[in-house]
Design a protein around this ligand. Structure first.
Ligand code: NAD
Length: 550
């Protein structure tokens, strides 16, 4: 890529340039650059192209024997050369996504303290109370931060409390903001809020990298989060803050507290909702039914489950169904059984879905009694969609919809193979993690990946480029419809209700365009409205091909 003028006088030189992952090009620095930037003698003599480097890194990663080794290799590559890392990801998404994201990132977080090499992002803890503003201003090297993904590590994927070892998640998500949404890596900031951990094994592990105390709660917790959110808002002039993998006690509260205050959203609640609704819209093109005619039974009534439920209710209401009727179409089973009005002490997020119905103790009896058209798993309970449940769904409906969204793969309610086998290949299936195609009754089914990677990069691109003040619920509804519209008849014919990942940048661009249109219509965008929003957003997307500095 050419075009940008670089201020060579103030440009890093020599070894500091080679150690700057945002600028480093390794063996691809040209003779002119080597000459002008103090690199002569510091690199192997032969100048190679980025394409040649890609061949080398791809060969290297394929030689690694385990996925965890591949993850470590990719982390090291990202730390030395962001452009090459991003291009490798983008051009080999099907192969690389399962490494930097679910499922391998889950394995990496489980071992994070043991495989730790270099810090990336910010590690903020209670020790930093009263100083966060200063840390952001003085210690983080870059003021142009626009996308922040933050976790407190309490509910990492379906793996539970991993404390600071959950840092792999914000890092992985932001890699996808860059690869899939075209957000410049220099604008991204992963953050872990170390509020302690209640994970006994980690507290005893000498290699654990976080504070060795139990989780902060109450005011101490809230004050730390608040100081962090307000400091980011001030120092980085209203960046997008994505709350990620917080335990559900805090996730719902924080979303409510900050969604109208700063530019923020919760990916587990809202991003997941959009990807699931998008999948449902596409599935209904196969069954030729309407959303309002569905009866959806969820396993798991946490962030993901009730987030999806709320967005489905909004979508039905938009179709003209009264809200009370829409809620009667969304049913939930949690760890105690069917959520009904007679149940005592229901959490706040479950109450709107408590049905006027006798209590049922388990999911199978709920399937038999309610005859849902779709079952959606967001419970983190592996194997919970048993043979009996899947067979019951196949008996009740010609084309039952089965989404097993729990991550990583080891937590999935059922595998793709189980879903197709026990429904004689008739179900419409999506998993949260990737599953390989399944051949059954002479037909190959390509399972879609119902994962919020289809949503958050586009939300990020729109929010950052148009400087959106608040991310509102209407935007997730638009994101779901936009995603479903990208699913072709060819995808549907293969049984996949999501578009291929190879087209993810186009999906993100369309979602960014849709949410930006809403932002302009609602007076929520600070960037002056461009005449062609899509073209404007496209021009903002990061291109990982090397720039020419000299
Ligand atoms: P959460 O802790 O907020 O909710 C989990 C829910 O599961 C709770 O309601 C709990 O009562 C219920 N549950 C637990 N054990 C159960 C059992 N034996 N039977 C029935 N219900 C049970 O967590 P969450 O944020 O909603 O995440 C849940 C799962 O969804 C995780 O595995 C996560 O990885 C996955 N998820 C996937 C995506 C995606 O993009 N595919 C996005 C977000 C979350």
């Amino acid at each position: 890529m050419t075009g940008t003028k670089f201020d060579l006088e103030n440009f890093p030189k020599g070894t500091s340039l080679l150690r700057n992952s945002l600028l480093n090009k390794g063996t691809a620095f040209t003779e002119e650059e080597r000459d002008a930037l103090g690199l002569m003698g510091l690199l192997p003599p032969r100048v190679t192209s980025q394409e040649t480097q890609l061949v080398r890194v791809l060969g290297n990663i394929r030689r690694k024997e385990s996925d965890l080794e591949k993850y470590i290799f990719l982390t090291a590559l990202q730390d030395r050369n962001e452009a090459l890392f991003t291009r490798l990801l983008l051009e080999n998404l099907d192969e690389m996504l399962p490494i930097v994201y679910t499922p391998t990132v889950g394995k990496a977080c489980l071992e994070y303290g043991h495989i730790f090499r270099r810090p990336r992002g910010l590690f903020l803890s209670a020790k930093h109370r009263g100083k966060i503003n200063e840390i952001l201003k003085q210690n983080w090297p870059n003021r142009d931060v626009r996308a922040i993904v933050v976790t407190d590590g309490e509910r990492i994927l379906g793996l539970g409390d991993l404390g600071v070892d959950g840092m792999g998640i914000p890092i992985g998500k932001l890699s996808l903001y860059t690869a899939c949404g075209g957000i410049h890596p220099g604008h991204c900031l992963p953050v872990i809020l170390d509020v302690g951990t209640n994970n006994e094994a980690l507290l005893k592990d000498p290699l654990y990298i976080g504070m060795q105390h139990r989780r902060l709660t109450g005011e101490k917790y809230d004050e730390l989060v608040h100081e962090f959110v307000m400091a980011c808002h001030e120092v980085f002039a209203g960046p997008l803050i994505q709350f990620e993998d917080f335990g559900n006690r805090n996730a719902f509260r924080l979303l409510k507290r900050y969604k109208d205050k700063v530019c923020s959203f919760n990916d587990d609640i809202q991003g997941t909702a959009a990807v699931a609704l998008g999948g449902l819209y596409a599935a209904l093109r196969i069954t030729k039914q309407k959303l309002e005619d569905q009866k959806i039974l969820f396993l798991g009534a946490g962030e993901a489950g009730t987030g999806i439920g709320e967005l489905i209710v909004s979508a039905m209401v938009e179709q003209g169904l009264p809200e009370i009727e829409a809620r009667k179409r969304c049913w939930f089973v949690d760890s105690k059984g069917l959520i009904v009005q007679d149940r005592k002490n229901l959490s706040e997020h479950k109450i709107p879905f408590a049905q006027d119905h006798p209590f049922l103790p388990d999911f199978l009896s709920a399937v038999e009694a309610l005859e849902p058209t779709a079952i959606i798993g967001a419970s983190g309970q592996p194997g919970a969609f048993t043979k009996a449940i899947l067979e019951a769904m196949a008996r009740i409906h010609e084309q039952p919809i089965v989404f097993a969204l729990s991550n990583p793969t080891s937590m999935s309610e059922c595998t793709a193979e189980e879903a197709y086998t026990h429904t004689q290949g008739r179900c419409i299936f999506a998993g949260g993690s990737p599953f390989t195609p399944v051949a059954i009754h002479g037909r190959i089914h390509v399972p879609g990946q119902g994962n919020n990677v289809y949503i958050f990069p586009g939300i990020g691109l729109g929010a950052i480029s148009c400087r959106i003040k608040h991310v509102i619920d209407e935007m997730f509804l638009a994101a779901a419809k936009t995603l479903a519209a990208r699913v072709t008849e060819t995808d549907l014919a293969k049984g996949s209700i999501y578009p291929p990942l190879t087209g993810i940048r186009e999906v993100s661009l369309d979602i960014a365009t849709a949410i930006s249109q809403i932002a302009y219509a609602r007076g929520l965008a600070e960037e002056p409205e461009p005449s062609d929003i899509k073209a404007f957003l496209k021009s903002k997307m990061y291109d990982p091909r090397y720039e020419v500095y000299v």
